[in-house]
Structure formats: structure tokens, C-alpha cells
Design a protein around this ligand. Structure first.
Ligand SMILES: Nc1ncnc2c1ncn2[C@@H]1O[C@H](COP(=O)(O)OP(=O)(O)O)[C@@H](O)[C@H]1O
Ligand SMILES: [Mg+2]
Length: 484
């Protein structure tokens, strides 16, 4: 024994030494075997009865099968089974949506519920989420499970006195315990939490560029995919968007994804893009496009002038609309204007000319504070999210954080507590195949960051976009043919 156990031995059992201090043990009661059998049998009967009482659907089904069997023998049961399978197959083929809603989704939820149920007690106990109260172990209550192809949402009733933070602190243990990739904890109504368990990474593979929509909805521009497998749409109308990420994190695919989604509205003259490209690397590719549907500037002085013109136009609009309308509706006369700035830090921090820097900053601050109602949106890409680099970062209501170098930077971009809520930006892979374009988005309306990935707009895609949409107006609306 000694060899296997380490530690100090401070009492000895079964010690014949009369001078050793006494050791007290609990008394042992011997229950007759028959009593144990009877008690266990009664318990089993009670459980069966309770199960029958709690599952009326199962009872009815069992009753029907029994009736058919009594009346028509096993052939009857076989025919009934066959008919059921045929009915389900027909439903699946004829009304796949109804099949998903009535059969496959509930069955999937049930199956996942059962997977969690099986490991529930062990995982809760070992992660120490099952406290002892008055000598009894209290387990958090497993509630509804909603399962999608990639994630499960599990609602949990907490034990009195537990907090969502207790679960968040053990998220890693929960993920490993349930055999999933990641677990995030969302606070729910009082006394409950929702565990968001990611089974499969919907974002592991790069996506090719989404098709150009027929009409652009400026409140929901499709640019990529969310972790639950649904489409990621971004809103530009009535907000400003900041995209932060280290070099090579894939900021470009968001900028180009937005432009791509707005192309129909740009062609219709309802949207203008003012592109500021101080690094001459990203937006230069679409220079013809911007020159036709907006403006393009790369030189810091030109950019400052562009932004100041935008401010003047915005203020002119604001004065014109004052008292007439509170919200802007894009028209060809007053198009929705997107000011797109790549590598904004080149203008606001690293620029040597102080005068120019201040002019640029002042214009950007004015646009972000007053532009929303006048139909102006600022979209900025940034590498280093520190306040010294961009002191107006809080003027952007919507934010996306891609791969970042340091753990603290996620909170700088997305706001306090974002990293605790699962925005692990420093863990995103630097390999472009798996990590470029992956990030976390936090919308003005929801404190919980959502993991997303932008579709990749390749150079060839951009060239095709420019070819199709940046042609003189008299050639841009051909009859029955590709505008290219
Ligand atoms: N959404 C994406 N999916 C897959 N790969 C991407 C995606 N976005 C970018 N990449 C790859 O990552 C590289 C760097 O992207 P880029 O947009 O230039 O980064 P950044 O502007 O953040 O420095 C690109 O050359 C491309 O190969
Ligand atoms: Mg870039």
C-alpha cells in the first residue's frame, strides 16, 4: 500500500498496538438480502410506471402495434411498418421542408439530447458543476437541445446559486467531456444558461465568392458564412463597420465581399463607394469600378480631400433633409455612400504630416458621428487596434475581429468581455487555407460574438466584377447579354 500511496499517514486502522490512539469508525448495518431485492424490484416497477405515464405518445404507439398484432398477426405489423416507412419517404420527397420540420429535426434534436444525457452526470460531476447540498449531489438540469448540422444549443437549468461564469470557467472541460470542438456559454433567463457546442467546424474550408445578388439589401449584404452554417449578412445602412486583423488575416475579403454584394445597387446609381487605399494594395484593383461608381484616392492628400468633400456633401444633405425625414432612403440623387478605408492606421497614426493626419481624423470622426442618418457609412480595415492607433474606434457600432496577435486585442476591438465570451482571435490559424477570413463579429444589438468566415473574393473575381460593372454607361446595359 505504502508504495502506491503518497502522503502523510496520520491514523492507523487495525492497529494491534494498545497505546495507539483510538480510531472511530461508522457502525455497519447488515440489511437482509431479501429486503434489498424487494426494494430494488419496487423501484424498478415505479420507474416503469413513471415512464409510461410520462410518455403518452410511446404508449399510444405501443398500443396500436399490440392491437394490430393481436388482430392480424406479425404480417399485419409488417404491413403497418412498411406503410409508415413509405409515408415518411413520400413526405421526404414531396415536402422536404415539412419532413425536416416534423421528422428529421426533432429526431436529430432527440438524438443529440440523448448523447448529452448519457454523459451528463459524469461530465457535470468531474467539471465540479454538481455541488453537494445537505449531503446530496445536485446536478444542473439538461433542458432542450436544438441541433443544427454544425452546432448544438443546449439549455441548462443551473443549480441554485450557480452563475453562467461558473460554466464559462469550465467551458474547455465541458467541450472535451462532451466530445465537441468548442463550448461557449451564453447567459439566458435567470437561473438558466445556454451552452453552444460546436461539433463540426463549418468554416474549415475556404468558400469561393458568393454569387452577385440580383438586388442589394443594404441591411443584409451577404459576405460569408456563420459558424452555424447560415449565411453571414452584414448591415451597412445606418451603421459603420470596423474590421481589425493582423496582416494576412483576410480583411480584404470582407471589403470586396461588401462591394460585390452592393454591385447591383452601384450599377443602379443607388450606392457610391469612396475608396481610400493608402497602401495601394487592396482597392487599387477596382480603381475603374470606384471611379465610375464613386471615387478612388491613394495619396494621403487626395484622401484627406476626398473625405472632406464627403463631409461637406453629408452636411449639405443633413441640412436639406433636416425636419423632413429622419432616415435616409437611397435615391440616384442622394445615393447611399460607403466610405471604404483600407489600412486606416496609415492615415491616422503612421502618417508623418501632422496637419494631414488631423484633417483626415477630423473628417472620419465627423462622418462616423453624423453620417448614419444622412446615408453615409464608413467601413475601415485596421491592423493594430490600439487606442493610440485609432482613437475613434468606439465610433464604429459594428465590429469584426479577425486573427489578432495578442489575447487582449479581441476586447479592444469587440469591447470588454468579448474574449471571455469566446472571441479567441489569437487562436485563429495563420494558415490562409484554414484561418484567413475567419473572425468574430459583434453587432450593436447582441453582446455575444459570433464566429464567421468571409467568402474569398479572388483576384479573378475582382477582375470579372470590374469588367462587368466598370464600363461607360452607354455600354453597361446591354440587351440580353453579359455586360462584360
Ligand atoms: N476569406 C478567405 N478565405 C480564404 N482565404 C483567404 C480569405 N481572405 C483572404 N484569404 C487569403 O489570405 C491572403 C491574405 O488576405 P488579405 O485580404 O490580403 O489580408 P489582409 O488584408 O488582412 O492583410 C490572401 O492572399 C488570400 O490568399
Ligand atoms: Mg489588406
Amino acid at each position: 500500500m505504502r508504495g502506491r500511496v503518497s502522503g502523510e499517514q496520520y491514523t492507523q486502522f487495525d492497529n494491534p498496538d494498545p497505546f495507539a490512539s483510538p480510531v472511530w469508525r461508522s457502525p455497519v448495518y447488515r440489511t437482509p438480502e431479501l429486503v434489498i431485492w424487494i426494494v430494488q424490484l419496487l423501484r424498478l416497477v415505479w420507474r416503469v410506471l413513471w415512464f409510461v405515464f410520462r410518455h403518452p405518445g410511446v404508449d399510444v404507439m405501443a398500443g396500436v402495434v399490440l392491437l394490430v398484432w393481436l388482430n392480424a398477426g406479425w404480417q399485419g405489423v409488417a404491413v403497418m411498418m412498411g406503410a409508415t416507412v413509405a409515408a415518411l419517404a413520400t413526405l421526404q420527397l414531396a415536402f422536404p421542408r415539412w419532413f425536416a420540420r416534423l421528422v428529421s429535426a426533432p429526431a436529430g434534436n432527440r438524438w443529440r439530447w440523448w448523447c448529452y444525457r448519457r454523459r451528463w452526470q459524469a461530465v457535470m460531476t468531474i467539471t465540479r458543476l454538481a455541488p453537494l447540498y445537505q449531503g446530496r449531489v445536485l446536478l444542473p438540469v439538461l433542458g432542450r437541445v436544438t441541433s443544427s448540422r454544425f452546432t448544438d444549443r443546449v439549455s441548462v437549468g443551473m443549480v441554485s446559486g450557480q452563475s453562467p461564469k461558473d460554466f464559462a470557467d469550465r467551458a474547455e472541460g465541458l467541450a472535451h467531456g462532451f466530445g465537441v470542438r468548442q463550448c461557449r456559454v451564453r447567459a439566458g433567463r435567470p437561473g438558466a444558461v445556454t451552452l453552444e457546442l460546436v461539433r463540426r467546424d463549418a468554416l474549415a474550408e475556404p468558400m469561393s465568392a458568393l454569387p452577385i445578388p440580383d438586388a442589394a439589401d443594404l441591411r443584409a449584404l451577404p459576405v460569408g458564412r456563420r459558424e452555424d452554417g447560415n449565411l453571414l449578412t452584414l448591415r451597412l445602412h445606418g451603421t459603420h463597420l470596423l474590421i481589425a486583423g493582423a496582416t494576412g488575416a483576410g480583411k480584404g475579403s470582407y471589403l470586396w465581399g461588401l462591394i460585390r454584394a452592393m454591385l447591383p445597387a452601384m450599377a443602379a446609381g443607388l450606392v457610391r463607394v469612396l475608396a481610400c487605399d493608402p497602401k495601394l494594395m487592396e482597392l487599387a484593383f477596382g480603381r475603374d469600378l470606384f471611379e465610375q461608381h464613386g471615387r478612388y484616392a491613394a495619396d494621403p492628400a487626395d484622401i484627406a480631400a476626398l473625405l472632406e468633400d464627403a463631409v461637406a456633401d453629408m452636411q449639405d444633405r443633413a441640412a436639406r433633409f433636416a425636419g423632413k425625414q429622419r432616415d435616409h432612403t437611397p435615391t440616384p440623387g442622394y445615393p447611399f455612400t460607403v466610405v471604404m478605408v483600407d489600412e486606416i492606421a496609415f492615415l491616422t497614426a503612421y502618417q508623418a504630416d501632422r496637419k494631414l493626419r488631423e484633417r483626415t481624423l477630423a473628417a472620419l470622426a465627423t462622418l462616423t458621428t453624423q453620417g448614419r442618418a444622412a446615408g453615409y457609412a464608413v467601413v475601415a480595415a485596421l491592423q493594430d487596434p490600439r487606442k493610440e492607433v485609432l482613437n475613434i474606434r468606439n465610433l464604429f457600432p459594428d465590429k469584426i475581429a479577425l486573427r489578432l496577435d495578442e489575447p487582449g486585442q479581441a476586447d479592444m476591438v469587440l469591447g470588454d468581455g468579448a474574449r471571455d465570451r469566446g472571441a479567441l482571435c489569437e487562436d485563429i490559424s495563420p494558415d490562409p487555407q484554414t484561418g484567413a477570413g475567419v473572425g468574430f463579429i459583434r453587432l450593436e444589438t447582441d453582446p455575444d460574438p459570433v464566429r464567421v468566415r468571409a467568402a474569398f473574393v479572388s483576384d479573378a473575381d475582382i477582375r470579372a466584377m470590374v469588367a462587368a460593372y466598370a464600363v461607360p454607361a452607354w455600354r453597361s446595359a446591354p440587351i440580353g447579354g453579359d455586360p462584360a
